[in-house]
Design a binder for this molecule. Structure first.
Ligand SMILES: Cc1cc2nc3c(=O)[nH]c(=O)nc-3n(C[C@H](O)[C@H](O)[C@H](O)COP(=O)(O)OP(=O)(O)OC[C@H]3O[C@@H](n4cnc5c(N)ncnc54)[C@H](O)[C@@H]3O)c2cc1C
Length: 485
């Protein structure tokens, strides 16, 4: 097998190696290239990707007239970096907002599907009447929830779990019956393990500033609507995607920076050579080596841990302590007349004790019209293989999802087709104490000028956060390289 060996030439441009061609690595390469062009600086970018394609977990495929998202299927607009990048790439015209007629989520409660109270925003209610009338909470639970209006802000400074935060502000019932299904299904982990500061820092800040989350959210809502008055309101809703799927973003980035990429090249280790340039050896799986002035590791935490293990034990010890979860996505297509339910929502979430094999479901072709032929519906389920009967094969995952959908949505007969995608250890879980862990990692990294880490292990798991993480890491690298010329 040929070895890839690229030594550095002292006279040539400075070389930056980016490890990982997911959205983080691609955004980093794009930002670095922009800086190099704008400042007319000779920077050679090499992006190494172990698999045979760019995009990482973002993968859209078409099957006949269906559009299927194997991994993520949308992104949040409140974190602005994905929309900003889309604008810079000239693909913002392709952005598709959620336009289904019933913008709401259903919560599974026994055999019933009950709507999330109108105006409920992520972790807090903003409207009183829907809260007062929701059958999701008992009267006792409702009375406890509105005590948020009276309770003081937390005095202690440290981190706490999302569960502790919600229990403190709104009580146990609201946690178990509303917030846990809603947020737990996004993060794929129990809320008593997840850090509120790492995942929902905005709510921590609101509590410190305004004390009551209900009042704070209502105030924000009013501000937003008066700012929007006369301007047509905010351009996008809370979640968006692209008309032809999230692959549009990957394709646009690939068109700009794909020429820097080498596919099928796995990085095995990153070693420091000394303090002079080139500062790092990037050891490759094929036995080859690339010398680099700077390295940006945009691979998920478990891969980053392996790559850096010979460089710094303390750093990789902290990295290794960030757990990563696995998940599977099942898509099922049905004729509309097979489905007894009105599908008057965007999807279903479920409290952990009510969950079968499906953690959460999305009515893909209702939420984002155009993803299935008119007389069909495309449903998407996040499935936990360990909760499926049988051998956890693709067929048994699809059967488990079909069983659960049939029960929820009164479906008659078999699906027209099913499609299963499995993701192994790709999504970081931010445990309580995560912000301190990341501060420790960043402090440790200061000993390694020209080495940066970016991706979903650090400061946000969503696509916009990963883009931001890649772009800011690229800016820091460019700054560091600039100070050496
Ligand atoms: C099933 C699923 C659903 C999701 N849903 C949403 C959603 O709806 N909205 C949202 O905003 N976010 C969602 N997320 C999260 C978000 O998609 C990811 O956090 C983000 O895309 C991660 O991008 P990344 O580039 O950091 O990592 P990845 O996409 O994992 O890419 C990392 C790349 O690095 C490569 N690599 C790894 N090790 C090496 C090595 N040693 N050498 C070379 N290459 C290597 C891998 O092959 C991979 O291509 C979802 C994630 C998953 C898995």
């Amino acid at each position: 097998m040929p070895h890839t060996t690229i030594p550095n030439s002292t006279a040539g441009p400075q070389r930056v190696v980016i490890v990982g061609g997911g959205v983080t690595g691609l955004s980093a390469a794009h930002r670095l290239d922009d800086i190099a062009r704008a400042q007319r600086r000779p920077i050679e970018i090499i992006l190494l990707e172990a698999s045979d394609r760019l995009g990482g977990v973002i993968r859209t495929h078409r099957r006949d007239d269906y559009l299927i998202e194997s991994g993520p299927d949308q992104f949040i607009t409140a974190r602005p970096w994905a929309v900003d990048l889309a604008r810079r790439l000239g693909i913002d015209g392709e952005i598709q907002p959620t336009t289904g007629p019933h913008p709401r989520v259903l919560i599974g409660r026994g055999a019933r599907l009950l709507p999330l109270p109108e105006g409920f925003m992520v972790m807090a209610p903003t409207r009183m009447w829907p809260m007062a009338t929701t059958p999701l909470l008992s009267w006792r639970g409702k009375c406890r929830a509105i005590m948020d209006l009276l309770l003081p802000a937390r005095r202690e400074d440290g981190d706490e779990s999302i569960a502790a935060f919600i229990r403190r502000r709104f009580g146990r019932e609201m946690l178990d019956r509303i917030v846990e299904p809603l947020i737990g299904s996004i993060y794929g982990a129990p809320l008593d393990q997840l850090s509120v500061r790492a995942t929902m820092s905005r709510f921590v800040e609101l509590e410190q500033k305004d004390r009551s989350l209900i009042l704070a959210m209502r105030r924000q809502g009013k501000k937003r609507s008066s700012a929007g008055a006369g301007t047509g309101g905010p351009r996008y809703g809370m979640f968006v995607t692209f008309r032809n799927g999230l692959q549009t973003l990957v394709d646009a980035l690939t068109a700009r920076v794909g020429n820097f990429a080498r596919l099928g090249v796995e990085v095995r280790a990153i070693e420091r050579t000394g303090t002079d340039a080139p500062r790092y050896h990037v050891a490759l799986g094929d036995g080859g080596r690339i010398d680099a002035d700077a390295v940006l590791v945009a691979a998920p935490g478990p891969s980053a841990t392996k790559l850096l293990s010979s460089l710094d034990e303390a750093l990789t010890g902290s990295l290794a302590s960030i757990p990563y979860g696995s998940t599977s996505i099942v898509h099922l297509a049905y004729r509309r007349d097979q489905v007894g339910h009105a599908l008057d929502a965007y999807g279903i979430v479920c409290p952990p004790d009510e969950r079968g094999a499906v953690n959460a479901a999305s009515f893909s072709s209702i939420k984002y019209p155009g993803r299935a032929p008119d007389d069909m519906v495309l449903l998407r389920g996040i499935v936990k293989p360990d909760r499926c009967d049988g051998d956890a094969s693709d067929d048994s995952l699809a059967a488990a999802a079909h069983g659960q959908f049939s029960e929820w949505l009164a479906i008659r007969g078999a699906p027209a087709f099913s499609s299963v995608d499995r993701w192994d250890r790709v999504l970081a879980h931010y445990r309580v104490g995560h912000p301190d862990r990341i501060a420790g990692i960043e402090q440790r990294l200061e000993q390694y000028p020209g080495l940066e880490l970016a991706g979903n292990a650090y400061r946000g798991v969503g696509i916009p956060d990963c883009i931001h993480s890649g772009e800011t890491a690229a800016e820091r690298l460019a700054g560091g390289l600039g100070s050496r010329v």
